[in-house]
Design a binder for this molecule. Structure first.
Ligand SMILES: Nc1ncnc2c1ncn2[C@@H]1O[C@H](COP(=O)(O)OP(=O)(O)O)[C@@H](O)[C@H]1O
Ligand SMILES: [Mg+2]
Length: 415
């Protein structure tokens, strides 16, 4: 069994955690079982940023991926659930279906909460995610966002502005979950109703009254989704730092789509009516093509580099990464005004690719509880987890972060 070791060589179960050093906000304990290259890991987390360093293939990103499963969806690698199961276990035990589990203790304003998730199967054998909150099964993955929000920047997201709009919508929706926990329930319900309508339209024989009711639900939730995203994107624009010499680029960001355009000059209730009418008019088309022609599932999150006067997708790879970090940093400032539930920010392999100036500003802004001079601020609302192969990239955080060395799925506490 591979276990996290602290520097004295003991296994830091929660009973060994000094309560004074427990984070005010975020994870205080993380347990992994049969998750990727970890057979069993039990990790206690102290206050302040958590830095994972170690060679390629050690298991750093896997830890971040496990944390990302404490939010709705398929994790930061967007993967089929069974692929996450530890391969060694799979090969040893071919009689039972793949399984894995994660448990976390999360410190919130309301006290500690135990979150659990793992791979489970429906009666018909389909994979699904089991979610437990304080030991009780939760009704949906969306329930997680009432307790914690998890956002991330990974090397795969270097292409966020070049990839499909669905990835950008997911990115924005995660930010909205952090500020408005009802949003994920709304998105979940919207998708459910859309699938149900699409199924009925495809079959061809349906009760028009029921389809009209579904369209009304879609319009109500759809408009609410657009409004919530719009508010967050507007806050991001307003929260960006504008002073001279700030190293991250200034940006213009907006959500675009039909419903967004209608809302520019009509009140929400009128847009709901218009949207319902449009859905009714496109039944035949939607029945043939599937999905729905209009709605927030077709919106896009568009970002412009102001100094370059270019849309993000035309900027260089490096500029796109800086834009993404600028948006993420703006989000950390927006979140300070909300304080809903703890937000965990996962930065996979980000620090190593920044120059000294960008890195220092990034650390100053995100390391909340340990804000580096000269910036003073309230205690952080975030828990930040960062990875890298090079320990020296994090030297500005010496003495202020929990450093963990990862080697072959074993974590060792360092300085
Ligand atoms: N299902 C799995 N079972 C066992 N090992 C896995 C599984 N999936 C990925 N791995 C292994 O996990 C290792 C660590 O991956 P990762 O966390 O991405 O490393 P890094 O420290 O470079 O971020 C890789 O060597 C990979 O092959
Ligand atoms: Mg990695």
């Amino acid at each position: 069994m591979e276990k996290a070791q602290n520097k004295e060589g003991c296994s830091p179960g929660s009973q060994l955690l000094n309560p004074d050093s427990r984070p005010q906000s975020g994870l205080s304990r993380l347990i992994l079982h049969q998750f990727r290259n970890y057979q069993d890991l039990d990790l206690s987390i102290r206050d302040g940023p958590v830095i994972l360093t170690g060679p390629n293939g050690a298991g750093k990103t896997n830890v971040l991926e496990a944390i990302s499963f404490l939010s709705p969806g398929r994790g930061l690698r967007s993967i089929k659930l069974s692929q996450v199961t530890n391969l060694k276990k799979l090969n040893q035990d071919t009689s039972s279906p793949p399984s894995w589990a994660i448990a976390a203790t999360v410190e919130t304003d309301l006290g500690s909460v135990q979150l659990g998730t793992g791979l489970d199967y429906t009666a018909s054998g389909n994979e699904r995610r089991l979610i437990k909150i304080n030991g009780q099964p939760a009704k949906s993955q969306a329930s997680l966002t009432e307790w914690i929000s998890v956002i991330w920047v990974t090397p795969q997201m270097d292409r966020l502005f070049l990839e499909s709009a669905s990835l950008r919508r997911k990115f924005i929706d995660r930010l909205v979950y952090a500020l408005d926990p009802v949003h994920s329930e709304r998105v979940h319900r919207y998708e459910h109703h859309m699938r149900e309508r699409a199924h009925l339209l495809r079959e061809g024989h349906y009760d028009p009254l029921w389809v009209s009711t579904l369209e009304r639900y879609l319009a109500e939730d759809g408009v609410a989704i657009v409004v919530a995203r719009h508010q967050v994107v507007k806050s991001l624009r307003e929260a960006q730092r504008q002073e001279k010499g700030y190293p991250f680029p200034q940006f213009h960001a907006e959500m675009t789509g039909d419903v967004e355009t209608w809302l520019e000059n009509q009140p929400a209730l009128a847009v709901e009516d218009l949207y319902t009418e449009k859905l009714k008019a496109s039944r035949r088309h939607d029945g043939e093509v599937g999905g729905a022609n209009i709605g927030p599932h077709r919106s896009d999150f568009q970002v412009h580099h102001l100094a370059k006067q270019l849309p993000a997708e035309l900027c260089s790879t490096g500029e796109q990464k800086m834009l993404l970090l600028a948006v993420t940093l703006a989000f950390t400032r927006v979140q300070e005004n909300y304080r809903t539930c703890p937000t965990v920010l996962l930065l996979d392999d980000v620090a190593a690719h920044l120059d000294d100036q960008h890195r220092l500003v990034l650390f100053q802004e995100i390391c909340g509880p340990t804000r580096l001079p000269p910036q003073e601020g309230p205690r952080g609302l975030f828990q930040v987890w960062m990875t890298g192969t090079d320990r020296s990239a994090f030297q500005d955080l010496n003495g202020q972060a929990q450093f963990l060395t990862v080697h072959n799925a074993t974590l060792t506490n360092g300085f």
